[in-house]
Ligand binder design. Structure first.
Ligand code: SF4
Ligand code: ZN
Length: 321
């Protein structure tokens, strides 16, 4: 863990030596990159203000669907938005996809259900086995592609479809600075210029003519550590178990590189994301051209006019024969 982030209430030898900048109480966290100590109460309010500012900056109003997996990032996001939605004129709904990945998916659904009931946020559940006809393991077995790639295609398509068909104005997802910076790091290290140029953004507009619902990533500049501390301090239940497929996901290997890099420079993740954003704006790369998929009618960049999800479903059909 980088020197930019130190928990002070869990045995750190710096315990008691730092004070909250706002009230002078003992700090529970020390943010080295900002030279900032915070007590629990002020940590929670600072965290929620960051999310609030992101929603205000992009004028998020109306019906907002928060995609929740049950993990710390999306649960912190739902918890925060649930608390601040009224003052922002947002009608918040949670959306969970049961991927059908054995016990992991059952525990995830139960955890999300319990939390939504506690905070009185309406919940929509999409069950891959019932609503799509296949679980993620079914698809993985039959199309011989990496689980996370299949899962990503299904989740992206389902989230947009459900949001569009239920009249949502925006979708919020729990992407964070670890995701955004690792995406860039991996693209650099694998010579993947397409992903590098394209990047990940904190916000994308709705395109109703293409049946595309706008996306907001309110935790874009917050780290996994910050999200974890928020769920701990506000007692939000989360799924502790990892998805069984995550061990094979190469992205986690690249993520671990940050443990070393953040020791050298605690603000390196934010800098790498900002630098790429600036380069993209200076170079004015052409936007990917979106068209409607000729099968499902949802947007795709595919030149053949059939989206990756529909191609996946076609492969499933053919694997039956
Ligand atoms: Fe899906 Fe991979 Fe995440 Fe599991 S680890 S939920 S398969 S993306
Ligand atoms: Zn399609």
């Amino acid at each position: 863990m980088g020197l930019g982030w130190i928990r002070l209430d869990d045995g750190s030898n710096m315990r008691g030596r730092r004070k909250c900048r706002y009230c002078g109480k003992p700090a529970v966290v020390w943010l080295g990159y900002a030279n900032l100590g915070l007590c629990a109460e002020h940590y929670v309010s600072c965290y929620e203000n960051k999310i609030r500012r992101m929603l205000e900056k992009h004028r998020i109003r109306g019906m907002l669907m928060v995609a929740v997996s049950g993990g710390k990032d999306s649960m912190a996001l739902l918890g925060t938005i649930g608390r601040i939605s009224e003052s922002l004129d947002i009608d918040v709904f949670a959306f969970h996809i049961n991927l059908g990945i054995g016990e992991y998916s059952e525990v995830s659904e139960e955890t999300v259900k319990r939390f939504c009931k506690d905070v009185r946020v309406p919940l929509i559940i999409y069950d891959c086995r019932k609503d799509l006809g296949f679980s993620i393991p079914d698809i993985v077995k039959r199309v011989q592609r990496p689980a996370c790639s299949v899962c990503g295609i299904v989740k992206r398509w389902v989230i947009n479809k459900v949001a569009y068909e239920n009249g949502f104005d925006f979708v919020a997802t729990g992407h964070n600075i670890d995701d955004a910076s690792t995406y860039i790091l991996k693209a650099l290290m694998t010579n993947d210029i397409y992903s590098l140029v394209r990047g990940q953004e904190e916000f994308s507009e709705s395109k109703p003519e293409l049946r595309l619902v706008g996306r907001i990533r309110p935790q874009f500049y917050l780290s996994e550590r910050e999200n974890m501390l928020y769920v701990q301090l506000t007692n939000i239940p989360i799924v502790e178990d990892q998805c069984p497929y995550s061990r094979r996901a190469t992205i986690h290997k690249y993520k671990r590189a940050w443990d070393v890099l953040l020791k050298i420079n605690p603000i390196a993740q934010i800098n790498i994301v900002r630098v790429m954003k600036k380069i993209r704006s200076m170079m004015a790369f052409p936007e990917p051209k979106l068209v409607q998929c000729s099968v499902c009618g949802f947007p795709t960049e595919s030149e053949g006019g059939v989206c990756t999800f529909c191609r996946l479903m076609e492969m499933m059909k053919n694997s039956h024969n």
